[in-house]
Design a protein around this ligand. Sequence first.
Ligand SMILES: [Zn+2]
Ligand SMILES: [Zn+2]
Length: 303
Amino acid sequence: MKAKFWGVRGSIPSPSTEGNGFFTDKYGGNTSCLEVIANSGDEYIFDAGSGIRMLGNDLIKRGFTGKGKAKVFLSHLHHDHIQGWPFFMQAYVPGNEFDIYSGARDGKTIEQVFKDMMADPTFPVSLDQMMAKMNFKDIPKGDVVQNGVTVSYTETAHPNQCFSYKVQEKGEDQIMRTLVYATDTEHDGNGKLGPNDKKMVEWAKGADVLIYDAQYTPEEYNPADFGLPGMSKKGWGHSTYEKAIQIALQAGVKEVVLFHHDPSHDDKKMDKINQLAQQYLSDKGAEDKLKVTVAYEGLEIQL
Ligand SMILES: [Zn+2]
Ligand SMILES: [Zn+2]
């Protein structure tokens, strides 16, 4: 399988603006969207943040339009993971078909959440005007299996519920490849592995690629730990590059991809975070055990 990143931000898109001297050209400003193309060519989409708009445009070039099928797995229904759907042109095209999976909550179906998002007065086009076939699948019930690909899920530590998805498919050498998409998840256990972390370690055990929420630096996550002023982000449902590396090493993961970047982190800050993450890895003497990659729009990983 091949994974391609179309949106790597959390919370809200963060476009590059020369006028404000805030640049995000290198890593990208779109919110979460990951594409996975199976060996069969089957299309999988993880999250429909603003990055899905560009994916939709790219799919035109690939002959998807009018006969395309994709399975769409939403980690959860927070804005930054669904806000791109109304701008996903492929959803307007008759003949296209999407299976859309996520967790329904409090008696509200995913379809209802999408309808509300695209309703008067917050959006001029209704969900019913999207002509592609949309099959909404509330709460995955067990694994989703298609043409040799298995997608399984587990719940993460995040307000209002969130799922991590695990994608598995054999490579040409018949050896199983595993990708874990774990955005919007919070660690626990200061310095050591807490219960949330241990669950993530078990879940990601032996994965080739772990995509993990690293929205905050440790200092931003809890300034008080460093004697700094500022608001603690405990309980907000996000994690750090340090925890990403700790969990990945413990789980024997080959590559960890830092994901769901904070919208306030411009390219300079992201370069710095990359440097700190690589330093943290080398301080642990683990450079030969794990590859640490900072996600950026356009990044492709062949598994
Ligand atoms: Zn998010
Ligand atoms: Zn969220």
